[in-house]
Design a protein around this ligand. Structure first.
Ligand SMILES: Nc1nc2c(ncn2[C@@H]2O[C@H](COP(=O)(O)OP(=O)(O)OP(=O)(O)O)[C@@H](O)[C@H]2O)c(=O)[nH]1
Ligand SMILES: [Mg+2]
Length: 393
């Protein structure tokens, strides 16, 4: 990736320069105002070539949701989740698997199609490889039932010879781990535009994630994207999205009431995608959540992503998911996996919520640090955090 800094009088001048020098596909990584005598704007832009840092996963272009259809009955059931939610269920609220925190009553994988796992204790006499895997997942806080089910599966069904090299082991793990995750196809509603909302606690990375997804859709698909902030609590929060919108030349509006939101949406009717950026809400404040629900319940939303930071303690995440159940979220977006030693706790959440994962964010760079969830990319995120070379040698 080639990166260049531009200092110009105005954003328009800076963008013109970026386009001239780096071309139409240039990405804006950051921008800030320069005060003082030489006041203006400083923009850091980049053009794809060599990646800035090793990619966490080889990620197909957005929207990758279209690429995979889930084969099994259990997974198809989940795929249909979103369409059921907005296609006329009375309340518009997701019917969810009961969350019986903190225990997983069953481990559902796409392969066992919902069979209850034998709650075998984690084996004590394991091969060195399985021993490493057990220790790593235990340390990362993966639930004992998931750990037990995975180890049992590997020890019963995978011949030792397939675990002899890091490459073949990674292949096996990729395949086995993928059955613990669900990914969702983009939930296209018939009506244009597709409205996509991000909800979640304060500071988890909702606005940043919207900027990443919107930028990728704009740059890679030339999609017409609009942004609406219903972040009415903090002026700063509106400014954050506004700054991004200015840089990316994407229209952005603010809705202060559900009625206003409906009107604004009408003005965006020719667009492909509209992103709703919502105020971070304390999950334990029911009034806040009810207020947010009022914004979402009268519009035809294609997707609601519950945004969760991988840095949050698992017990806390369980509580957040329980509280956010009153909003119609139909998928999970994980952020800040770059800040945790091992993001394997995503396995717990995937089981707990029974919801597909949409994206995983692994840094602050817009739009690069975004991984589209696929059956390959999610296990790959975990495998990359593990040092298989050391386990195998
Ligand atoms: N390391 C890391 N930081 C991230 C990631 N995503 C977002 N951040 C950072 O987290 C901070 C908060 O991000 P925001 O996007 O403002 O979070 P938010 O959920 O919109 O916050 P509120 O609107 O206050 O609820 C910012 O400093 C982001 O740069 C990520 O994947 N990794
Ligand atoms: Mg925000």
């Amino acid at each position: 990736m080639k990166i260049k800094k531009y200092r110009e009088k105005s954003m328009t001048d800076a963008l013109k320069k970026v386009k001239q020098e780096l071309g139409e596909n240039a990405l804006i990584l950051s921008s800030k105002k320069r005060p003082g005598k030489n006041a203006g704007i400083e923009v850091i832009a980049a053009i794809d070539g060599q990646p800035l840092k090793p990619a966490v996963a080889s990620v197909p272009p957005i929207p990758a949701f279209e690429e995979k259809t889930l084969a099994t009955t259990a997974s198809q059931k989940k795929q249909n989740y979103a369409s059921r939610i907005y296609a006329g269920t009375e309340s518009g609220i997701i019917e969810e698997k009961r969350i019986s925190a903190p225990n997983f009553e069953r481990i559902t994988t796409k392969e066992n199609g919902g069979h209850v796992s034998e709650n075998n204790p984690v084996q004590t006499s394991l091969s060195p490889f399985l021993g490493h895997l057990r220790d790593t997942l235990q340390k990362a806080g993966v639930h004992a039932d998931i750990l037990s089910s995975l180890l049992q599966d590997l020890s019963d069904n995978v011949p030792q010879k397939e675990l002899r090299t890091p490459e073949s082991t990674a292949d096996v793990l990729r395949q086995k781990l993928s059955s613990y995750f669900y990914v969702a196809p983009r939930n296209e509603v018939k009506k244009q535009p597709q409205i996509i909302a991000l909800v979640g606690p304060t500071g988890v990375g909702k606005t940043t994630s919207i900027a990443k997804i919107a930028a990728q859709l704009t740059i890679k698909q030339q999609a017409q994207v609009g942004l609406i902030s219903i972040d009415t609590y903090r002026i700063g929060a509106i400014d954050q999205l506004k700054t991004f919108a200015e840089i990316a030349e994407i229209p952005m509006k603010v809705a202060f009431s559900p009625q206003q939101l409906e009107l604004i949406l009408q003005s965006f009717e020719d667009y492909d995608y509209i992103f709703l950026d919502t105020t971070g809400r304390n999950p334990r404040n029911r009034i806040f959540l009810r207020e947010l629900k009022l914004f979402l319940e009268n519009i035809e939303i294609a997707e609601v992503h519950l945004t969760l930071s991988a840095t949050t303690r698992y017990a806390e995440l369980e509580d957040i998911v329980r509280c956010y159940k009153q909003l119609p979220f139909d998928r999970i977006l994980f952020t800040k996996i770059d800040e945790v030693m091992d993001p394997a706790v995503m396995l717990n959440l995937a089981q707990l919520t029974d919801k597909p994962v949409s994206y995983v964010c692994n840094g602050q760079n817009i739009p690069d640090d975004l991984i589209t969830a696929t059956e390959e990319s999610l296990p790959q995120v975990l495998i990359e955090a593990w040092d298989l070379d050391q386990w195998i040698s």
